[in-house]
Ligand binder design. Structure first.
Ligand SMILES: Cc1ncc(COP(=O)(O)O)c(C=O)c1O
Length: 400
């Protein structure tokens, strides 16, 4: 009999890690692999943030931090939420965690009873489903379509709600779709949520600064401030500040929830790495002008991805409005056979084929709850993107 618990056996490892491990294995064998798989900026962390960390180390900020976060960072978060989002959260309603993942994990562990339901909008970040399952909850999927910009209608939201529903996860700009919700779309969802007071909302805003075409990020709390006492704002430094490896995220929400999340954190990690938190202070309080430069580059790359994907027969891609991912439909290739005679039965098989045949790593849509699709990350330099699409085009042309 296995030592593992049943519910852990039911959860899969993140597909991004699985594809990355396969890509690494091929690289070890000497293959040239282009990775369009990771959700990680290729820009370095800005210098002023790194210097703040070095100073913190020299100042011996190397002991255990307060488990809920250093007061200066919690103050900076409170200031940032007021400055950028018009949201009023005193520092005492915030918690610093080791990345957004831990914010979400704390929140779900704190609130889910076995069998409680959590609504995820498909396509959803696969980690949402993993965290809900690890917390013994049940992910309930709200379907969307490419035509609706991968955003749910009010009717689809209403239909997914049951007496067991505890949370709705909202993520705008979204991973993997790049969809950005407008004020009107959020108002329509808020209208439904008002009728169901048992449903809480996670607003995962981690890509808030990475938007294109002049679009502005709006939080559901900007259009429905009355939902604030059942909303957890989740954000982090991984994406806009290019700080994936620093593991810094934060939550802001009602007192009872933040206290429960603190309890879990104090009994698990004891908080985010102490000296990294001082880098977080520099990031939130320092200059943000570098973000516009990054966004201009991402937007160029996005345009390249959309142009190159749509040139390949059978692939279809609308320009994402935010984040750094494109979701590309690949339906016509599913059901075909590779030159070796293997059936490409799913988008997962297609991803395996593209990795082997073209040496290009992308993520299938299936684990995001939307198939058959390919998720391409364009947090990679343009020459690599161009080469990757040329190679994918050649490999796809060989399927019969
Ligand atoms: C939707 C979403 N939320 C949050 C995160 C960031 O997680 P973390 O702060 O743990 O790096 C990611 C990273 O991929 C993401 O795609």
């Amino acid at each position: 009999m296995s030592i593992l618990s049943q519910h852990v056996m039911n959860v899969s490892a993140s597909e991004v890690s699985v594809v990355s491990a396969k890509a690494l294995e091929l690289e070890r064998q000497g293959r040239d692999v282009i990775r369009l798989s990771a959700g990680e900026p290729d820009f370095p962390t800005p210098d002023h943030i790194k210097m703040a960390c070095i100073k913190a180390l020299c100042d011996n900020k190397t002991k255990y931090p307060p488990a809920i976060g250093v007061p200066e960072l919690r103050e900076a978060i409170s200031m940032k939420l007021a400055r950028d989002n018009g949201l009023d959260y005193p520092a005492g309603r915030t918690i610093v965690c080791s990345g957004c993942k831990q914010v979400l994990y704390n929140a779900m562990t704190a609130t889910i009873n076995p069998g409680d339901e959590v609504m995820l909008v498909a396509p959803y970040w696969m980690t949402y489903a993993g965290i809900v399952q690890l917390s013994r909850g049940i992910p309930v999927i709200i379907p969307t379509t490419q035509e609706s910009g991968f955003k749910p209608t009010a009717e689809a939201l209403e239909a997914a709600i049951t007496p067991r529903t505890k949370w709705l996860f909202l993520n705008s700009p979204g991973n993997p779709s790049g969809a950005v919700y407008s004020a009107g779309e959020l108002s329509a969802l808020a209208e439904v949520l008002r009728r169901h007071p048992q449903v809480w909302i996670v607003s995962d805003d981690v890509y808030e600064y990475i938007v294109y075409d002049g679009i502005k990020f709006v939080s559901i709390l900007n259009v429905a401030p009355d939902l604030k006492d059942r909303c957890l704002v989740v954000n982090g430094l991984s994406k806009a500040y290019c700080m994936t490896g620093w593991r810094l995220g934060y939550g802001a929400g009602p007192d009872e929830l933040i206290k429960a999340m603190f309890k879990i954190q104090s009994q698990s990690t004891s908080g985010a790495t102490h000296f990294c938190q001082w880098a977080g202070v520099a990031a939130l309080t320092g200059g943000h002008s570098f973000i516009a430069g990054h966004n201009a580059e991402y937007e160029d790359r996005r345009n390249l991805v959309v142009e190159m994907a749509n040139k390949i027969p059978g692939l279809g891609c609308a320009p994402p409005q935010g984040a750094f991912y494109s979701l590309i439909s690949c339906g016509p290739y599913v059901g075909k056979k590779s030159p070796a005679g293997d059936l490409i039965a799913t988008d997962e098989a297609l991803v395996g084929y593209l990795l082997e045949q073209a040496g290009v790593a992308v993520i299938p849509g299936t684990p995001f709850g939307m198939a058959p699709y390919l998720r391409v990350s364009f947090a990679t330099a343009k020459p690599k993107i161009k080469k990757a699409f040329e190679r994918m085009g050649e490999a796809l042309a060989q399927l019969r």
